[in-house]
Write a protein that binds this ligand. Structure first.
Ligand code: FUB
Length: 446
């Protein structure tokens, strides 16, 4: 079960802890809603600064069925598997200029310059309208101290900052279209008037700009409503202030119907990653979102290959941890269904139901380390009895074990001795080999 440490503790104790949860799969964070992830590499780790969707609190009088956000957390990981929640780094109540009855702490960014971390965030001002504020810290996880006024001359949402190779900083933000301005060296003021990138597609909302540079090409990446919901597109230039020329689509509209798809793109240890969000933990309401990550690749001419979103995500999964095969890499054409373990609590995660004989799930990149695991344990439910086989790398690869799950209506953990002890990183194939329908929560090696 994908229950995090925080879910198991009383709120008072949980609030004091910085939790680390090993979720190599998508979504990355299970114990709360997260959206609009900006990933940055600081101090050799990936720090993800998302916004924080919450359910409307008692007494909420804002727009119904809308975004409700009042603070920010930051999460970090060295291996993209174990994510540490550093807790709240900024709340609305600490921001003097923010209207304290609005829940509009939308998509943020954080950058490092001259020994300080600058956190850029939107909020609705006491004077009305979205403004962009800056909070400063000595460490990537805060504490961040907000400036007492928002950035002068900037009205909009979704701030993002590029620090160019020469040290110059540029602020990008949106207000139906995408705007840019050079930042003064203090990182708190803009130089001159913002410009608007008005040669991007003419129709449909554009927001959430994220700009990065690679091999002399500046990539302006942004969500755009070309059809019904947002998709990720990009445009390129030889200058951070453009002009940018439309270059393609990075991510198609979400199959889930999630209307927004805010994102960021980061190079970590030589691999590029797309961080984005969907509504995995809230299929019926797309204002309670969850962050995800998938690998991103460039063609040799510098164009970006389309990213196909996965459930499997990007981190290696330790063979000794609960391997949630419902976050699969591939499944058989028929006979596999994924559903919540507990419809009343999506944060508990999912199960995979094997309904057809020979139905299978492939789960990539399980790390067996030096190969000391002697047994296989499966958490499963098979009211009429069932059996699965676990094989290595291929559907007919080496058999690691056959697990017979006895007739029982509830969940049970069943262990068998492993037939062989693999080492290194391998893909797993889990196949139904007998009996009736069987639900699998997780598999692990001990
Ligand atoms: O999270 C609130 C808003 O939704 C963001 O600011 C937009 O980019 C969209 O993701």
């Amino acid at each position: 079960m994908k229950l995090s440490l925080l879910q198991l503790l009383p709120a008072t104790v949980a609030g004091l802890l910085q939790a680390t949860a090993a979720f190599a799969t998508n979504p990355l964070i299970m114990d709360q809603f997260t959206a609009d992830p900006t990933a940055r590499v600081f101090e050799g780790k990936v720090y993800v600064y998302p916004s924080h969707d919450i359910k409307a609190p008692p007494g909420y009088t804002g727009k119904p069925n809308w975004f409700v956000m009042e603070d920010y957390h930051v999460f970090s990981s060295e291996n993209l598997t174990d994510w540490e929640d550093h807790g709240v780094i900024l709340t609305r109540s600490a921001v003097e200029w923010a209207n304290q009855s609005e829940y509009a702490m939308w998509a943020p960014d954080s950058v490092f310059k001259d020994g300080k971390y600058y956190f850029y965030f939107p909020a609705i001002a006491k004077s009305g309208g979205f403004r962009i504020g800056v909070a400063i810290a000595d460490q990537p996880h805060g504490p961040f101290k907000p400036e007492t006024t928002p950035i002068e001359g900037v009205q909009g949402i979704d701030p993002s900052v590029l620090i160019d190779k020469d040290g110059s900083a540029y602020l990008y933000y949106s207000a139906n279209k995408i705007f840019a301005a050079k930042l003064k060296p203090d990182m708190l003021q803009i130089e001159g008037e913002p410009i608007v990138f008005d040669n991007l597609p003419k129709k449909g909302l554009q927001e959430g700009p994220f700009v990065f540079e690679r091999n002399g090409i500046y990539y302006l990446t942004y969500p755009h409503v070309e059809n019904k919901t947002e998709r990720l597109e990009y445009a390129t230039s030889t200058s951070p202030m453009g002009p940018f020329k439309w270059a393609g689509v990075i991510l198609d509209e979400a199959q889930s119907g999630c209307w927004t798809v805010h994102h960021s793109i980061v190079d970590y240890r030589g691999q590029w990653y797309l961080f984005y969000h969907d509504k995995d933990l809230s299929p019926g309401f797309d204002k309670n979102r969850s962050i995800r990550a998938d690998k991103l690749f460039f063609n040799t001419d510098g164009t970006i290959r389309k990213v196909i979103p996965t459930l499997r995500g990007v981190g290696l999964v330790d063979a000794k941890s609960e391997i949630h095969i419902d976050r699969y890499s591939a499944i058989s054409d028929a006979g596999i269904a994924v559903s919540f373990l507990d419809e009343a609590n999506p944060h508990a995660g999912w199960k995979a139901t094997f309904s057809a004989a020979k139905s299978w799930v492939r789960f990539n990149e399980v790390d067996f380390g030096a190969g000391a695991q002697q047994s296989i344990e499966v958490r499963a439910k098979a009211p009429a009895g069932g059996a699965i086989e676990i094989r290595l790398d291929k559907q007919d690869g080496p058999l690691l074990g056959r697990i017979q799950v006895g007739e029982k209506t509830g969940w049970q953990a069943v262990s068998v001795a492993a037939k062989s002890v693999p080492a290194g990183v391998h893909d797993l194939f889990v196949t139904r080999v007998g009996g009736e329908a069987i639900d699998v929560d997780w598999v692990r090696f001990r």
